[in-house]
Design a protein around this ligand. Structure first.
Ligand code: GAR
Length: 214
């Protein structure tokens, strides 16, 4: 049975594009793209790929809880096996996260647990870090916490700006996220007893080593 995937976005959707381009259609189908912003460029990418789009503008709702309840209702209609947060810039409550527990992945532009939250590239530069990167993890109640699946490291180069560093990190994100999606869709990656597992074996603290995937 093909894995039904929904991608959640708020913006440009460059990760969404990588997911569309590199999806292994033997295992998965992106059945919808949901945005909380009606003007997100990622919606255009989805339409061009013939993917159903859903827009739920958080500003139309009185509070976070009612916005999320509406999202849960719409998403349940689509019956996703996997939800991929790809630049979805809303903090999710326990209710949402527990509803989709084990089916929810996020990508974050830092080497977690470093630099949770926003402005990660600027913070890495200000700290004088020599390397930076991106992390894919299962989502749990803790913001940018949750069991790590895979990380990519990039060097910080003298003269880097937040923009140049972001570009280098995003290049890696576009490799990591499709890889993770395809592992989940094929049934090899799962959250078991709160731990990220590949082929039923718990991953270590640094997650999957991308070059070791066969
Ligand atoms: C990505 O770089 C992703 O890591 C980041 O938003 C960007 C979205 O870009 N996510 C977060 O900061 C989540 N806390 P995209 O819309 O071009 O894929």
């Amino acid at each position: 049975m093909v894995c039904r995937i929904v991608v959640l976005i708020s913006g440009s959707g460059s990760n969404l594009q990588a997911l569309i381009d590199k999806l292994d259609r033997q295992y998965g189908e992106i059945v919808a793209v949901l945005s909380n912003r009606p003007d997100a460029y990622g919606l255009e990418r989805a339409r061009r790929a013939g993917i159903n789009t859903l827009v739920l503008d958080h500003k139309d709702y009185a509070d976070r809880e009612s916005f999320e309840r509406a999202m849960i209702a719409r998403l349940d209609e689509v019956a996703p096996d996997l939800l991929i947060l790809a630049g979805f810039m809303r903090i999710l409550t326990t209710e949402f996260v527990s509803h989709f527990q084990g089916r929810l992945l996020n990508i974050h532009p830092s080497l977690l647990p470093k630099y949770k939250g926003l402005h990660t590239h600027k913070r890495a530069l200000e700290a004088g870090d020599s390397e930076h990167g991106a992390t894919v993890h299962f989502v749990t109640e803790e913001l940018d916490g949750g069991p790590l699946v895979v990380q990519a490291r990039v060097p910080v180069i003298p003269g880097d700006t937040p923009e140049s560093l972001a570009e280098r990190v995003q290049h890696q994100e576009h490799v990591l996220y499709p890889l993770t999606m395809n592992l989940f869709a094929s049934g090899r990656l799962r959250l078991i007893d709160g731990r990220a597992c590949l082929d039923n074996k718990p991953l270590g603290a640094s997650g999957i080593e991308p070059e070791r995937i066969d």
